[in-house]
Write a protein that binds this ligand. Structure first.
Ligand code: ATP
Ligand code: MG
Length: 630
């Protein structure tokens, strides 16, 4: 591990020299005067005075060498669509979209809210914003009208871009109708709404004077050419509201230069994506993973990126792996939640296709428990890399770095701190660094590296207060995640700090118990929450999804399995972690990004209100929890 260690050490000890070198990966229209300005902690300004443009680096820069190479491949198993855009074609589409936006009065620094399904036009719109220096704010298509309205009022956009509809599991989802509803609620509605009609809503209402048809406007800007706006490195590139697992959404603001450098660097050092190769990231453009690794990262690297509209198991659980085979995918990025879905299907679907081009499958978004990590590695026969980050960081914070050194992987661990991040595990009350093997809060000693959030949109004070005041007397960024480092330096994320379960004075991460429950071969996934208990303070309760529903068909079968699961936990973790009850359900309440809503489950178990549920994937899941608790 010496190569990685030395690399990481240099990124912290010789921060400026290190990042000055990495910055050479992108094109600077005007070179930066200073690598880092940290005069006003914790606000870090990277590559001060430098001028660049994300769209130029993602597209224009590649035209000579790879103009005819595929840049964007769109695959929809929802509407049975497929389209390929070469770098030259994508460049033309983005220029046209930029011209369209300018004709609607969008200027540099204006906000544009993009509320769109996974269609190529969403990618055009994002890159067109970057091209003209407009600040995009993509809102995930699953958000309800009130959530969208709150984001509109915070961002105050001059334009919104949407589509008539999307599709989920073959059923149309109306986007434009929801936008109309949100605009009735909003205090700061945009002047114009640009709509791409897919033919998914025949009765789509049109507001005269405000609504503009994408295709009609596009016809007027055929062949348009719009120069890139050269932006100072620290100008905002986008706002992205956090997914909302924990409270009121925050507008994460990102810069231009630092983000471009961090992504370009990560494509090489972490993801091992080479120009001309293909990357398949299964996320959504509404999430940070979609921003960084469907759109910007792979294009900055000169790769082909795959944009997929659909679910992992339709038409069958082999659909993603066939894409890997057919498009010779070399880098794939998905989430543990998707793997857990696949786990409920026949493993033959994962083994059916030739995956030999796939160098790694990267997973992030939730703790990847050891049994699931092992299952997916074995099933695919390819290395699976767990890595950890947040909307706030924009790129990985903990990861293996196969582009630096191929360190051995440990199942269930996102390996090591990523270069540029001075990661510290701190004791939650004393704020002192914990020893190896002791649990602590995952923090970063500032300055945050390039690519991370620069502030909360419009609210510097909230940025400092939210992230940098968790520990008295020291300025550190708190991830609000709970972790542990083993003697070999590998990190393990144990869950969110506010999900920690306190059993008779012992602090247990939800993940530790969940992992133990998952060790039972009959369990596909589970959620564990701490429920108030007079005797022990808190008692863990488990809600588990079984692989085979027949296993819990009768009361006797349920009791037998419950006992077995408890025994499994005893064996893995000790009786201290044994859940007071194990309830069986067929699905868990999750956000649309696949994160378990532990807080809501806990609230139900303690007979409280489950809170804000606008991003819940399937309300039926909470109903099951209610039923189980009866
Ligand atoms: P909000 O901040 O709005 O409540 P969120 O935290 O769910 O929402 P994201 O930024 O998408 O929004 O998620 C980041 C969080 O996801 C991390 O802080 C961590 O809790 C979890 N996470 C991400 N990757 C991993 C991983 N590899 N292992 C464990 N946890 C992870
Ligand atoms: Mg968060």
């Amino acid at each position: 591990m010496t190569t990685y260690r030395e690399f990481h050490r240099r990124s912290i000890e010789q921060r400026e020299a290190f990042w000055a070198e990495e910055a050479q990966r992108i094109h600077w229209h005007k070179p930066f005067a200073r690598v880092l300005d940290y005069a006003r902690p914790p606000f870090a300004k990277w590559f001060v005075g430098g001028e660049t443009n994300l769209c130029h680096n993602a597209l224009d820069r590649h035209l000579d060498a790879r103009g005819e190479q595929a840049a964007l491949v769109w695959i929809s198993t929802e509407v049975d669509g497929r389209q390929t855009f070469t770098y030259r074609q994508l460049h033309a589409e983005v220029n046209r979209a930029a011209a369209m936006m300018r004709s609607l009065g969008v200027k540099r620094g204006d906000r544009v809210i993009i509320y769109m399904p996974m269609i190529p036009e969403a990618c055009f719109a994002i890159l067109a914003c970057a091209r003209i220096g407009a600040i995009h704010s993509v809102v995930f298509g699953g958000f309800a009208a009130a959530s969208l309205a709150a984001r509109i009022d915070d961002a105050k956009p001059s334009l919104m871009i949407t589509a008539d509809g999307g599709s989920r599991m073959g059923k149309p989802v109306l986007y434009k109708a929801l936008v109309d509803e949100s605009l009735k609620l909003a205090q700061h509605p945009p002047r114009k709404v640009l709509i791409f009609r897919r033919g998914l809503d025949a009765n789509m209402p049109v507001v005269a004077g405000r609504d503009v048809d994408w295709k009609e406007l596009a016809a007027q800007h055929q062949g348009a050419s719009v120069p890139c706006a050269w932006l100072e490195s620290n100008e905002p590139s986008y706002i992205l509201y956090t997914s909302g697992t924990t409270g009121k959404p925050k507008g994460v603001q990102r810069d231009v230069g630092g983000y471009a450098v961090a992504l370009a660097s990560s494509m090489d050092r972490i993801f091992c994506g080479l120009p001309g190769e293909t990357m398949f990231t299964t996320s959504d453009i509404g999430w940070v993973v979609g921003h960084s690794y469907i759109i910007y990262g792979p294009l900055l690297a000169g790769m082909t990126t795959i944009m997929y509209e659909g679910v992992p198991v339709r038409p069958d659980a082999g659909v993603w792996w066939k894409i890997v085979q057919d498009y010779k995918v070399s880098v794939m990025f998905s989430a543990p939640t998707a793997v857990r879905v696949l786990k409920k299907h026949d493993v033959a679907f994962l083994r059916k296709y030739d995956l030999s081009t796939l160098k790694h499958l990267f997973l992030a978004g939730e703790p990847l428990d050891e049994p699931t990590h092992r299952w997916v590695s074995d099933s695919l026969g390819r290395p699976v890399i767990d890595h950890y980050w947040q909307t706030e960081t924009g790129w990985p914070l903990l990861s293996a770095h196969p582009g630096v050194e191929k360190t051995p992987l440990k199942m269930g661990s996102p390996s090591f701190p990523v270069y540029g991040y001075d990661v510290r595990l701190l004791h939650e009350s004393t704020g002192k660094p914990v020893a190896d093997g002791e649990k602590g809060v995952v923090t970063i000693a500032p300055p945050l590296p390039p690519g991370c959030m620069t502030t909360v949109w419009g609210d510097d004070e909230r940025f400092v207060k939210t992230y940098f005041t968790d520990f008295k007397d020291q300025l550190v960024y708190s991830t609000f995640d709970w972790g542990i480092r083993d003697r070999d330096g590998y990190y393990f994320i144990l869950g969110r700090t506010d999900d920690v379960i306190n059993v008779a004075g012992h602090r247990l991460g939800t993940r530790e118990i969940e992992e133990a429950v998952n060790m039972h071969p009959g369990i596909a996934e589970c959620a564990v929450v701490g429920v108030a208990d007079q005797l022990k303070g808190q008692l863990p309760m488990a809600f588990a999804v079984v692989k085979d529903p027949a296993a819990v068909a009768s009361k006797e079968a349920r009791m037998k399995l419950e006992g077995e699961v408890m025994q499994t936990v005893d064996k893995q973790l000790g009786a201290i972690g044994r859940p007071g009850r194990v309830f069986f359900v067929t699905l868990l309440p999750k956000t649309r990004s696949g994160k378990v809503l532990r807080r809501s489950i806990q609230a139900l178990a303690e007979k409280r209100d489950p809170g804000d549920l606008t991003t819940i994937e399937d309300p039926g899941a909470l109903e099951q929890i209610r039923e189980a608790l009866k």
